[in-house]
Design a protein around this ligand. Structure first.
Ligand code: FEO
Ligand code: CA
Ligand code: CA
Ligand code: CA
Length: 584
């Protein structure tokens, strides 16, 4: 360990062992506390979480949602700030243990989704929720949204309730997030398809719905039984109004969230925003599905600090691109290019099925196929290094690599940044844009890490050289840089610790050094959780981390309260006992 410490200039803690315990495990000298858990009221007219009933529709509308994922902390002073946190989905068997049968069950489920906004203050050294603070807000699957950008008003977005095609209701399944330099929050709609169903079992949604996984059965949420807009046989355009990046102003609780169609419609993971050399805004975007693509958006205009009217246009006017990775120079490195998804270019014509730019954006996956984008092993979060012009994307896993495509998608040959058939463990690809410019047309890529299990396998499944029996993991998902350039890696993988995953323990968070490639395990989460989402106080001395779905699928967790409590997704706050910067 002394030698490892000397290798990394940015990491000052020791790698910790794997764990299967139902708690948070951290390196020596670190502590954690719960900041907020599912069901905790943000308003005094709410009620404390009821472990027996798990609340009602009304109580959930006033409380922190379920399954927190991406988040940002907008700090306003040394001791005051506002959190914006995605509530991706609900654990149906936990939130509604008697099944989702009644209108109130559905109301509660819809309110468990969306985004939670709440102020915090530093009280006796602990960041603490401020009930009833003026920025506190719940955005749910029923909140009014504005649809903006090139696809707004298109016929494909018009419904019985909205003849304008510009006003929809709700955002749901927000996975990762983004944060703009002008102070807004980006919530990213991922598995929006799982909420639509058809009361007409013979309804045929066609190739476009198929490619997006919109079918006649939902995933068990039963929203369509009480809210007809989720019935695709009656409202076939409704799914076209979901699958976007949603921009939210956390400083104005009366503002209407804006869906930004210019950034394309797919199963968005996160939105990593960087300002390019010339001031244009670049947003990197993953589409988390086996064999789907990695995207990049470049704004037409430039970011101007303090000019809200200018900055409000940056995510409406710009160009979307999709990544094509070139032939590998060697097994783990190569070149690539960004291909423009603009109507009339690169074969995106009426004959190819696209009448307009609106259709290119609404069916971005199909546009990506036309231009020959590279099928990826489930692109999850993208993270840009703040200390160097380079970016990373977690490719979480893909059991179908080399075997079968996504429904209606492209073949998925083994090669390039997706070098393993039936990929169980995942990898992180890194690219360096040409001319140190995130807006450049081309890039060089390599694999930062190929996850694996060197205790079980000796072939390519053992992983890259920076994976050892001591730090191994599977399924990297959330990846987020801190200010100092430490790459935090969160996992959403197999937590059985058996067979291919023997010795890997619960889902966890590791820290990577971009320069040396060294990876150390920093935190292990509780039973059956996923670790996802991170934010920091401005001084870097508190790190906030998301613990999602502890105890899912009936697994034995009572996180975070212990005893016989109901397991609850939570945001935790990690501090160093000596008051230092986390990870340093
Ligand atoms: Fe919600 Fe791709 O993770
Ligand atoms: Ca994820
Ligand atoms: Ca995942
Ligand atoms: Ca998740």
């Amino acid at each position: 360990t002394a030698q490892a410490k000397a290798m990394s200039k940015v990491m000052g803690f020791d790698n910790i062992p794997m764990s299967g315990a139902d708690t948070i495990t951290l390196p020596k000298g670190y502590s954690w506390k719960t900041l907020i858990s599912w069901g905790e009221p943000l308003f005094s007219k709410g009620v404390p979480f009821d472990h027996k009933t798990r609340g009602t529709g009304e109580s959930q509308e006033l409380a922190f949602g379920d399954n927190n994922d991406g988040m940002s902390f907008f700090q306003m002073s040394d001791d005051h700030g506002v959190f914006v946190v995605n509530n991706e989905y609900v654990n149906r068997d936990i939130i509604s243990p008697n099944g989702i049968e009644t209108a109130d069950d559905v109301r509660k489920g819809k309110a468990g989704h969306g985004v939670s906004v709440f102020e915090v203050k530093l009280v006796d050294g602990k960041w603490t929720l401020q009930v009833d603070a003026k920025l506190n807000r719940r955005i749910t699957a029923d909140s009014p949204m504005e649809i903006t950008g090139p696809a707004a008003g298109d016929d494909l977005l018009k419904t019985a309730a909205d003849a304008s095609g510009t006003k929809s209701l709700g955002t749901w399944n927000n996975c990762g997030n983004g944060r703009t330099p002008w102070g807004t929050y980006l919530a990213c709609e991922e598995n929006f398809n799982g909420y639509f169903a058809s009361t007409d079992e013979n309804f045929d949604g066609g190739a476009q719905k198929k490619r997006y996984g919109v079918g006649n059965k939902d995933w068990g949420y039963n929203w369509f039984k009480f809210d007809e807009r989720f019935d695709i046989s009656k409202h076939p355009n409704e799914p076209n109004r979901a699958g976007y990046i949603v921009e939210i102003d956390p400083m104005d609780p009366t503002s209407t969230p804006k869906k930004r169609t210019a950034l394309g419609r797919f199963k968005h993971e996160n939105a990593e925003v960087v300002v390019a050399k010339d001031g244009r805004v670049v947003v990197y975007l993953g589409d988390d599905e086996r064999g789907e693509f990695l995207y990049r958006y470049v704004s037409d205009g430039k970011f101007v600090e303090g000019d809200n009217a200018n900055n409000d246009k940056l995510l409406n006017e710009g160009t979307l691109y999709v990544a094509k990775f070139g032939e590998a120079n060697d097994e783990l490195a190569g070149k690539g290019e960004w291909i423009e998804l603009t109507h009339g270019k690169n074969g995106l014509t009426e004959e190819a099925g696209f009448k307009s730019q609106a259709e290119v954006l609404i069916f971005a996956r199909m546009a990506g196929s036309v231009v020959g984008a590279t099928t990826m092993d489930r692109p999850e979060w993208v993270a840009a290094n703040p200390t160097k012009v380079e970016a990373y994307c977690a490719l979480t896993n893909n059991k179908n690599r080399g075997k079968k495509p996504n429904a209606g998608g492209d073949e998925t040959p083994v090669g390039g940044p997706n070098p393993r058939a039936g990929n169980l463990y995942g990898q992180i690809v890194r690219w360096t844009p040409a001319d140190e410019d995130h807006a450049a047309a081309t890039f060089d890529w390599d694999l930062y890490v190929l996850a694996g299990n060197p205790a079980v396998h000796q072939d390519i499944r053992k992983g890259s050289a920076n994976v050892t029996p001591d730090n191994m993991f599977n399924s990297p998902d959330g990846i987020i840089f801190d200010k100092a350039g430490r790459l935090w890696i969160q996992t959403d993988g197999n937590y059985s610790s058996k067979e291919n995953f023997a010795g890997q323990g619960n889902n966890q968070m590791l820290c990577g050094d971009p320069e040396t490639g060294e990876i150390r395990r920093f935190m292990v989460g509780p039973v059956a959780c996923e670790v996802t989402g991170a934010a920091w106080s401005e001084d870097g001395k508190t790190m906030f981390v998301g613990i999602q779905h502890p105890g899912e699928k009936g697994k034995p967790s009572h996180f975070p309260e212990g005893g016989d409590s109901v397991p609850r997704s939570s945001v935790i706050a990690i501090t160093k006992d000596d008051g230092g910067v986390i990870g340093a």
